[in-house]
Design a protein around this ligand. Structure first.
Ligand code: G4P
Length: 498
């Protein structure tokens, strides 16, 4: 076990992500939280990681903005004796995979909902990941200063659409132009309007009291109302959050469960951020510390490479500044400068053979064959593709029929990013051939004969992922559902970890 001073450091850490549909108010809320933490002093200081809608066709601009966003990838600050790490998630849906992976590194999440729009698609998808991982979530109903949906309807919608029980912790005094303040339901104002009186009777009749255990299990979400823009209801959220949100939680490795208070350091890589400047082809590998304490210039064990490594310039993120740090604790994120040593999912330890789980790949939505367009640069192309895949830019499959490489992404943008980066960082040229494909499914069965038969019959649709696993590339929803009907002993998974 760690010395108690170090244990206290870990206990006061709160590492979380804010998730929302673009425009719901994530950036505004983040900024207000940083203001309370004294990490920034004026509103407007947070450079939005949001990719502007007008820029969707101009991905160079997007990459530039992503470059800027390294600084806001993790925002650490102290508040009321707690150390808070906010992990930023890209809003653009073409980078949804990045967001999914970031969610593997948080101990809890805050879901921001635009009270005029209710629960939107992106929020629903991200919440699925939280549910899968049993991540505790709190809900912030934002923009109450606008005419929006009725608060009770919003509560119903959140329960139904997010698939989680909800209970309000604060309530709005008015809405739209009449919105003035919020109050805690366990500390009600003495004077109540008739409408509020009715609301409160209804709340008392319908909603359970907040139960922290249920919240920590991921079964119950406390709900807050407010306006990030007008800074109403934000401090109530923040105070409740630091008191109730979990400190770093145990993390499952293939070999065993790792407790944050163990004295030996362990961490896994959930994100690699490439530098867009071709003259400095270094990346930052982001590691979430799962246990113990990280020290600068100390040898750690890179499990996949079976190699000891030490880091002279690890960075942590305070507010918006990246700073070299001498030590960091379980719950923290350290950024390690990298020149191609790390892959997403890599584990660092103090010597133990550990492999952290929970970094699944999700079935991509778009597929293209990638071919070499410059015969002199075959090697460069191979290297570039491999490194970009290690960074998690997209997924690579190899057709078992003809050995051709297939790149799968969640959006059109990634293809453009890959092509550009191959040209500029690896001097390689590629050519795309679109593939009509519906889903990539990882297949599993305890009936070896049936699995074998399936693979033979579907040989032209079979591919291998980068870990060597069999993947069925279904070209339509119909083909997939027929396969599911015909092969009852085969399970078709849409994520690579099951
Ligand atoms: P995002 O990061 O989730 O994409 O959203 P962001 O905070 O950028 O907010 C999106 C828009 O919604 C911004 O307006 C922001 O000012 C506004 N907004 C955020 N919170 C509230 C709120 O509580 N009430 C109201 N009325 N508006 C809110 P914008 O016009 O797109 O940008 P800006 O010019 O105001 O920066």
């Amino acid at each position: 076990m760690l010395p108690s001073a170090d244990q206290n450091e870990i206990l006061r850490r709160r590492t979380f992500a804010i998730i929302s549909h673009p425009d719901a108010g994530k950036t505004t809320l983040t900024e207000k939280l940083l203001l309370y933490g004294g990490a920034i002093h004026v509103a407007g200081a947070v450079k939005s990681n949001k990719i502007r809608k007008t820029a969707t066709s101009d991905w160079m601009e997007i990459e530039k903005q992503r470059g800027i966003s390294v600084a806001t990838s993790v925002m650490g600050f102290d508040y009321d004796g707690y150390h808070i790490n906010i992990l930023d998630t890209p809003g653009h849906q073409d980078f949804a995979e990045d967001t999914f992976r970031t969610l593997t590194a948080v101990d809890s999440a805050i879901v921001v909902i635009d009270s005029a729009k209710g629960v939107e698609t992106q929020t629903r998808r991200l919440m699925e990941v939280c549910r899968m991982r049993k991540t505790p979530v709190m809900v912030f109903m934002n923009k109450m200063d606008r005419e929006g949906k009725d608060p009770f309807d919003l509560m119903d919608e959140a329960e139904k659409e997010l698939g989680i029980h909800c209970t309000p912790v604060t309530w709005a005094n008015g809405q739209g132009l009449k919105f003035e303040s919020v109050f805690a339901l366990n500390n009600r104002p003495a004077e109540l309007s008739e409408k509020l009186q009715e609301d409160l009777e209804m709340i008392d009749g319908v909603y359970p009291e907040f139960d922290r255990e249920a919240y920590l299990r991921g079964d119950l979400a406390p709900v807050f109302f407010g306006s990030a823009y007008k800074t109403i209801g934000v401090q109530e959220l923040l105070n409740f959050f630091v008191e109730n949100a979990p400190s770093p939680r145990p993390v499952m490795a293939e070999e065993r469960e790792v407790e944050p208070m163990e004295d030996k350091f362990t961490a896994f890589c959930f994100k690699i951020h490439a530098n867009m400047d071709p003259n400095h082809r270094s990346c930052i590998a982001f590691f979430k510390i799962c246990s113990g304490k990280f020290l600068r210039n100390t040898y750690y064990y890179h499990v996949r490479k079976d190699q000891q490594m030490r880091f002279a310039a690890p960075t942590c993120f305070m507010a918006q500044k990246k700073e070299t740090v001498d030590e960091a604790f379980a719950g923290d994120i350290v950024g390690l400068p990298d020149t191609g040593n790390f892959k997403i999912g890599d584990t660092l330890t103090a010597g133990e053979h550990l492999h952290f789980k929970g970094l699944p790949s999700f079935s991509p939505e778009m597929f293209k064959y990638i071919d070499n367009a410059d015969p002199m640069k075959q090697k460069q192309l191979e290297k570039g593709i491999n490194q970009l895949m290690d960074e998690g830019v997209a997924q690579l499959f190899v057709s078992q029929l003809n050995g051709r490489k297939i790149i799968g992404t969640v959006g059109q943008l990634q293809f453009e990013v890959i092509q550009y980066r191959l040209e500029h960082e690896y001097q390689a040229k590629c050519r795309w051939t679109p593939l009509q494909m519906y889903k990539a499914c990882w297949i599993e069965s305890d009936d070896a004969a049936e699995l074998d038969m399936f693979k033979k019959r579907k040989a032209q649709y079979m591919a291998t992922d980068k870990e060597g696993r069999d993947v069925f590339m279904a070209d339509s929803a119909y083909v997939l559902s027929m396969a599911q009907q015909d092969y009852k002993h085969i399970t078709f998974h849409f994520t690579s970890e099951f």
